[in-house]
Design a protein around this ligand. Structure first.
Ligand code: ADP
Ligand code: MG
Length: 277
């Protein structure tokens, strides 16, 4: 009997402390938090994260990117850097926060690197990522903190989504990618007010718009929370310059400033700047 009460109490304490840790709203910070996610892998999250960071940085904003693709970290490749420390060194208490803030070759872009092939135990993961985000916000040093998540709705990704007031989903028009986006909408509609959505590998702005309308209609039909909205902010076409620059560890928005895809991503960022809080 006592055992079961004490287990119950323990559960409640855990729940309470979790709740407290997830609540980042009591932190006064100029840093806007944007989590970039997708559901499906390979749709362009990391490419977008790095290039969004570059465009924001060239507008004069101070940007930090946190590589939250646990196990498949590749932001260091896109930003052409060999990390001297990763976010796990901080999480595990081996180093101070400053040590994991890596200067990149781009002005105004700081990377908090992930670790490839890293297996982080699920049991340890409860809101440990929220803590590093909280500490980064408390620094009050960046205008934006971009979190590049991995594919799927695993526990890690859910943790970042739970603490983020701004969520940008990237999808293609591929049915399996759209199914994943709908699953994401379903999950977020329970306690978020908005999902920002953009399409990659999509040449026509209107196509993205009409697919978004279909997703919203489906949400209405299935009675997802009425107060939840999906905001479509644009499309990026397919271009050879994107994988080519990626392979060369360069950024397409820098190397091909005037290419159609750079213009499209710029439009997405203009819309983002209007909508994120
Ligand atoms: N619009 C695009 N046109 C052509 N290739 C693209 C485009 N967007 C992304 N890619 C390529 O697709 C691959 C996967 O992109 P990546 O950003 O790593 O996806 P994710 O982070 O979602 O797994 C990379 O090789 C990237 O260069
Ligand atoms: Mg990625």
């Amino acid at each position: 009997m006592f055992n079961s009460i004490s287990t119950q109490a323990h559960k409640l304490i855990n729940l309470a402390s979790r709740k407290e840790e997830v609540n980042l709203s009591n932190i006064k910070s100029r840093t806007k938090l944007l989590t970039i996610t997708s559901g499906k892998g390979g749709v362009g999250k990391s490419t977008f994260s790095a290039n969004i960071a570059y465009i924001l940085a060239s507008k004069g904003y101070k940007v930090a990117i946190l590589d939250a693709d646990i196990g498949l970290a590749n932001m260091q490749v896109l930003l052409d850097l060999k990390p001297s420390a990763t976010l796990f060194d901080y999480i595990e208490g081996k180093v101070k926060l400053e040590r994991v803030l890596l200067k990149t070759k781009y002005d105004n872009i700081t990377l908090i690197a992930g670790k490839s092939g890293y297996q982080y135990s699920k049991n340890n993961s409860s809101f440990v990522f929220a803590r590093i985000v909280k500490d980064l916000l408390a620094l009050n040093r960046f205008d934006f903190l971009l979190i590049d998540t991995g594919a799927g709705l695993n526990e890690y990704v859910k943790e970042f989504l739970a603490i983020s007031p701004n969520i940008l989903a990237i999808t293609t028009t591929d049915p399996s990618a759209l199914t994943d986006v709908y699953a994401l909408m379903k999950m977020l509609s329970k306690d978020k007010s908005k999902l920002i959505l953009c399409y990659n590998h999509t040449q026509n702005y209107k196509i993205g718009e009409s697919i978004t309308n279909s997703l919203v209609s489906l949400a209405k039909k299935n009675r997802l929370n009425n107060n939840f909205m999906v905001e479509y902010i644009g499309n990026v076409s397919t271009s050879k310059c994107i994988p080519t620059t990626g392979r060369l560890r360069k950024l397409f928005t820098k190397e091909f400033k005037n290419d159609q895809v750079s213009k499209e991503l710029n439009l997405i960022i203009n819309a983002l700047l209007k909508t994120i809080k």
